[in-house]
Design a binder for this molecule. Structure first.
Ligand code: HEM
Length: 194
């Protein structure tokens, strides 16, 4: 069953949510942690999808080629995990104690619009219908999400109290970008794989 990364996305998201709830000192802290941890779980799945083709070009490893072949399912697994993030932040706002800054609403909303567009067009029918536009759409989508993560973690670097997590996050997103740039110098993969 090639769709198993979707189950993985839900599972990883739920574990992150429960872990955050467990560590929270009270209900609000629990939902805040659940929101952060589900976002971090989503980041791991995002980076796997974002880096699959670069790693395949650089290493030709069997595992990476398998992920690349099933990249669509990994992307859907990421989308599933981000549904759990949405459940966590909606529950946090439901406590009535957390504010939703305009920049988070706009940036985060744009992120979910990208995730939904890519998830809905991750099938052969949409690929056929959209033709070359499909590749452009998914390229814009994945780089748009990369930008959202990078901005979030850059903001955390300068925000008091979240320097370390910001630094880790930035190292991951910039590292993934460096990987993509390094892979561009390598020969293209055969069309049936890439
Ligand atoms: C309207 C949509 C969204 C809302 C309302 C939202 C809300 C939140 C909230 C309340 C937090 C916790 C902030 C804190 O107290 O530290 C958070 C964290 C986070 N969110 Fe979202 N989010 C949205 C969409 C997204 C999207 C689309 C992404 C990724 C593409 C994302 C990635 C993150 C990350 C990386 C964190 C920080 C985790 C950490 O501290 O390590 N969010 N979000």
């Amino acid at each position: 069953m090639r769709a198993w990364p979707i189950l993985l996305g839900i599972l990883v998201g739920l574990i992150a949510l429960l872990y955050g709830r467990e560590l929270g000192v009270d209900d609000i802290d629990g939902w805040r942690r659940a929101t952060r941890y589900t976002a971090r779980a989503g980041l791991v799945l995002f980076l796997i999808t974002y880096s699959a083709s670069s790693l395949a070009r650089l290493t030709h490893g069997r595992l990476v080629l398998m992920v690349l072949r099933d990249r669509r399912w990994w992307g859907l697994g990421y989308a599933a995990c981000m549904m759990v993030h949405a459940y966590a932040f909606l529950s946090l706002f439901d406590t009535g104690t957390a504010q939703l800054p305009l920049v988070v609403a706009v940036g985060g909303g744009a992120g979910y619009a990208l995730i939904a567009t890519m998830a809905l067009t991750s099938n052969r029918r949409a690929m056929r219908r959209l033709g070359p536009a499909w590749r452009h759409l998914h390229r814009v989508g994945i780089h748009g999400l990369w930008l959202i993560y990078t901005v979030i973690f850059a903001a955390r670097v300068i925000r008091p109290g979240s320097f370390i997590i910001g630094l880790y996050g930035l190292a991951l997103t910039l590292g993934a970008l460096a990987l993509r740039m390094a892979a561009r110098r390598r020969p293209q993969l055969p069309a049936d794989i890439a």
